[in-house]
Design a protein around this ligand. Structure first.
Ligand code: MSP
Length: 494
């Protein structure tokens, strides 16, 4: 049975993890948890991109070997994922032999088919992108992302015949309208490909810290060519190719591939939507179903950068306010796909309004009234309740939004019902009603309890522990007394 397969980019290990990295990985975690909750078999791969000149440089500057450097940084990323309650199924490092051997085999295979050939190249190279930049991509002669002038480099190199795939790619985009996602980013890729594709330099003689080309050991394989392959090396392409030593690899590629979603940030869309599909075509493999490029987070209106000192380490927030409020906030605040701005004041406001007030107080109010008037929550509750019908209707709508990765809309739906429940309490005043019509008051409270169970399920992929806690409090049986779910944050600017 093919599993649902979702991936994140593999992260460069030249700097410490920040909220931008956490964003993509959390999104994958949410999708994976959602699918599993629905009873689907889902598989979530993340990893780290450990080769290349930048890593070599960072290690040298720190006075350690590249391997020591990457081991140390890998541990930091892994720790971050644990801290954020990210449950991946596998985490791959490009320095692992299980990956390197597959990269080498692919390189040699494509040399044989003629998709890779030897030549020489002179071009402008951005060290930070680890990529040659086209004149047309430069802004004032500089890399548009790193704002640095690229260096002119000349070297003997192997090329990948990207130009041969231009028409095939355009046809694929046309035949598979969901591949380039979100839709508003598709034109950028289509126009780029229509503009003409040049063959891509895929080996380096100057970079030592990389996977060597077996048939030409003075070359290492271009870090992007190496990195993209992680998506198939991790799931058993080595076994499929029959590489010796892979006989007992724990995965069969056909159970995973094609990937259902490659989640990435918008700045690496071309690598995933142009180069990667062309490599897969050259290998005769099916293409992923979707490449989804999300936007970028700025911090209080500024690009996050080390020099500005505005790097957000998610742990600074989670240590103070908990992991789940952050997981909630970043997906409620900004539509997934677009850019967003992170403001700690906005985080605190949402914490208080959405979590402490709307959800937390609702749960406390309902349970306090129910404890007084019902005492015990029954196993089942049959009613012609408008509220519960509404919850059912929203449930279908919620699934639709989750499938489209419209996380903010899915959460809006949950909070829409929460708002309705709060208004329902204000209007029907069950605490007063209990004195004149106890049966009716009980019925209202049970409606609320059973509707809250829907909310608990909807928030589960985002806030798994909160969801479990709410479910526990709402479980059939005697109602207990509990502390508030989200005590208000008091230091909020007005
Ligand atoms: N190593 C490559 C990816 C290779 S995938 C085969 C790479 N790594 S990265 O560490 O620089 O960035 C990885 C991802 O981090 C980006 O695609 C993006 O998803 C995320 N982000 C990094 N900074 C970000 C923000 N400020 N905001 C949102 N996400 C950003 O590129």
């Amino acid at each position: 049975m093919k599993k649902f397969y979702v991936t994140t980019p593999i992260y460069y290990l030249n700097s410490v993890p920040h909220i931008g990295h956490a964003y993509t990985t959390l999104a994958a975690d949410i999708i994976n948890r959602y699918k599993k909750q629905k009873g689907e078999e889902s598989y979530f791969l993340t990893g780290t991109d450990e080769h290349g000149a930048n890593i070599e440089k960072s290690a040298t500057n720190a006075g350690v070997t590249p391997q020591q450097w990457t081991d140390n940084m890998f541990a930091k990323f892994k720790e971050m994922w644990t801290d954020l309650d990210i449950k991946y199924d596998d985490i791959i490092r490009t320095t692992e032999p299980r990956h390197e051997a597959v990269v080498q085999a692919i390189f040699e295979k494509l040399l044989k088919t003629g998709d890779i050939y030897k030549g020489s190249y002179t071009g402008k190279y951005c060290m930070s992108c680890e990529a040659y930049l086209d004149e047309s991509e430069l802004v004032d002669g500089k890399c548009p992302i790193h704002k640095k002038e690229p260096q002119v480099i000349s070297e003997e190199t192997y090329f990948f015949k990207l130009s041969a795939y231009q028409d095939k790619l355009l046809k694929f985009y046309q035949d598979n309208p969901d591949f380039l996602s979100p839709k508003f980013r598709a034109a950028e890729i289509v126009n780029f490909v229509k503009g003409g594709l040049k063959d891509l330099s895929v080996s380096r003689t100057k970079v030592k810290w990389g996977v060597t080309v077996p048939s030409a050991p003075n070359h290492t394989i271009y870090v992007w060519f190496d990195a993209l392959i992680n998506y198939i090396s991790a799931i058993g392409y080595g076994k499929k190719l029959g590489i010796p030593g892979y006989e007992n690899y724990p995965h069969d590629m056909d159970n995973y591939w094609p990937a259902d979603i490659h989640l990435i940030g918008k700045e690496i869309f071309r690598f995933h939507a142009v180069i990667w599909p062309a490599v897969l075509m050259a290998l005769g493999l099916p293409l992923p179903k979707k490449v989804f490029a999300h936007g970028w987070w700025t911090v209080e209106g500024e690009k996050m950068s080390k020099s500005l000192g505005n790097f957000i380490d998610p742990r600074d927030i989670t240590a103070k306010y908990g992991v789940e409020p952050l997981r909630y906030f970043i997906f409620r605040e900004v539509p997934f796909g677009g850019d967003g701005d992170f403001s700690i004041e906005q985080f605190k406001k949402r914490f208080n309004s959405d979590l402490a007030n709307d959800l937390g107080n609702l749960l406390s109010r309902v349970l306090n009234m129910a404890a007084k008037n019902i005492g015990t929550i029954p196993e089942t509750f049959e009613s012609e309740s408008t509220l519960l019908k509404e919850a059912q209707r929203i449930n279908a709508e919620y699934d639709k939004q989750m499938e489209e990765l419209a996380f903010d809309k899915a959460l809006d739906l949950a909070w829409g019902l929460i708002g309705k429940m709060n208004r329902y309490i204000d209007e029907t005043k069950p605490w007063a009603l209990a004195k004149t019509d106890l049966e009716k008051a009980k019925n209202i409270l049970l409606e609320l309890i059973f509707a809250l169970r829907y909310v608990a399920a909807w928030i589960a992929p985002f806030m798994p522990n909160t969801s479990a806690e709410i479910s526990k409090r709402l479980a059939a049986g005697e109602i207990q007394k509990y502390a508030p779910l989200f005590p208000r944050i008091e230091e909020v600017k007005k």
